[in-house]
Design a protein around this ligand. Structure first.
Ligand code: OVV
Length: 403
């Protein structure tokens, strides 16, 4: 170890690779070591600061002035390296620029616009679950989590029908790109050109139908709230952040429920718990495990100095299992657990703008499953899916036992 790779002051260090296969597959032992090492830890492998406890992760997420997003929410510092794509106007920006586009997107995805989708999403979910019950033996990832969001979300955006198979690879690419340039990112980039081309074409006004979220973004440009150059980038945010996230969230909830039969029983007895089951699963196995920030100035975090220009890795999935916040049963999945406050959707000015849509999808699908399925049996070993940012599953073979 050279002295250049050590921080200026004496703080706990860890040499693990949080983007290596072992930790991506099962991060929880590492999370515990990270949290117990201290409030701020230096990761020698990437020469970045890291936080794994709830209090510091939460505090850093809401401190957008010190821990900025405009230099990238991944390992790469946009001040030093060219981004892999035009930066997102939402994710990769700071106030005051961010504030304008965020409020436009908040208007597009409002409680009112999402309420209008409820009947449609619920009907689709009921029909979909009925068709699965006819088959009985299914895969919770490839037959449920990867199917339902793609049945409802692209229509809600108003995307063209042809080429929708590009959505999942694009999301996988976008989330891999927050990590280091490892094999996962190389693999995602190797087939990315046609995927990126389809995505960008689909963000243009002509590609989008007249009623969806996409058209609503363009309507904001017509009203002069954003420019016509900004509109396709905002639509791109919907496509980047709106598909894989919900697929992983639904798969992770299925995994948590399938491996905790008493929790399924509780949900079946009271399908009204569907939305709480989803929130608890987001806490328990957070789809978005990490985001970076960049220190715009030198600051102190719980007694540790973080120098200006440092990259800071925030472990959302670890904060969501910190016993200091969640108690000694933090590592247990309990759909009756009190209170929200998890950081699976982030926190502060960047907190997920699409979460009403994610929550609606989850309520529709888990509400329908809860009513129609008495029991879920695992029929094989689940297989983990690897991504530099997302934690989830490639396959969860199950039997749905109908009412
Ligand atoms: C992959 C990702 C997550 C969140 C936001 C965005 C992308 C964006 O493009 O705005």
């Amino acid at each position: 170890m050279t002295t250049e790779s050590l921080p200026a002051v004496d703080i706990p260090t860890l040499s693990d690779d949080p983007f290596g296969t072992a930790i991506l597959t099962d991060p929880y032992d590492f999370h515990e070591r990270l949290r117990e090492a201290g409030p701020v830890v230096y990761l020698t492998r990437y020469q970045v600061y890291a936080m794994g406890r709830y209090e510091e992760v939460h505090a850093s997420l809401i401190n957008w002035e010190t821990f900025v997003s405009s230099r990238g929410a991944g390992l790469s510092d946009f001040k030093k390296e060219k981004p892999w794509r035009t930066p997102s106007l939402l994710l990769e920006s700071d106030p005051p620029d961010h504030t304008v586009v965020r409020s436009v997107m908040g208007g597009v995805i409002s409680p009112r616009t999402v309420r209008q989708l409820r009947t449609d999403f619920t009907r689709h979910a009921e029909e979909f679950i009925d068709s699965l019950l006819d088959r009985r033996f299914v895969d919770a990832v490839t037959d449920i989590a990867e199917v339902y969001p793609l049945r409802v979300f692209p229509d809600a955006v108003g995307l063209p029908r042809d080429g929708r198979e590009n959505l999942l690879p694009y999301g996988a690419l976008a989330f891999n790109a927050f990590g280091p340039q490892n094999d996962l990112l190389d693999a995602a980039l190797s087939s990315a050109a046609p995927v990126q081309e389809w995505i960008w074409n689909s963000c243009q006004r002509e590609a989008l139908d007249d009623n969806g979220f996409g058209a609503q973004v363009w309507a904001a440009a017509d009203r002069g709230e954003i420019t016509t150059a900004q509109a396709p980038l905002l639509v791109r945010s919907l496509l980047s952040a709106g598909v894989d996230t919900t697929v992983y969230g639904i798969a992770n909830t299925m995994h948590s429920l399938a491996t905790n039969p008493p929790q399924w029983a509780a949900l079946h007895r009271n399908p009204g718990l569907a939305k709480f089951a989803f929130d608890e699963a987001l806490r328990f196995e957070s789809p978005v495990q990490t985001f970076f920030r960049t220190a715009s100035k030198t600051s102190m975090v719980s007694g540790t100095e973080i120098p200006e220009d440092s990259k800071v890795l925030l472990f959302l999935g670890s904060a969501n299992r910190d016993w200091r916040k969640w108690g000694t049963n933090a590592a247990e999945f309990d759909i009756q657990r009190q209170g929200g406050g998890h950081v699976a959707f982030g926190m502060g000015v960047h907190q997920c703008v699409g979460q009403p849509i994610a929550r609606l999808e989850a309520e529709a699908i888990f509400g329908a499953l809860a009513k129609k399925v008495v029991r879920i049996e695992l029929t094989g070993e689940p297989r983990a899916k690897l991504n530099n940012t997302l934690k989830g599953w490639e396959s969860i073979p199950i039997e749905l036992v109908p009412l």
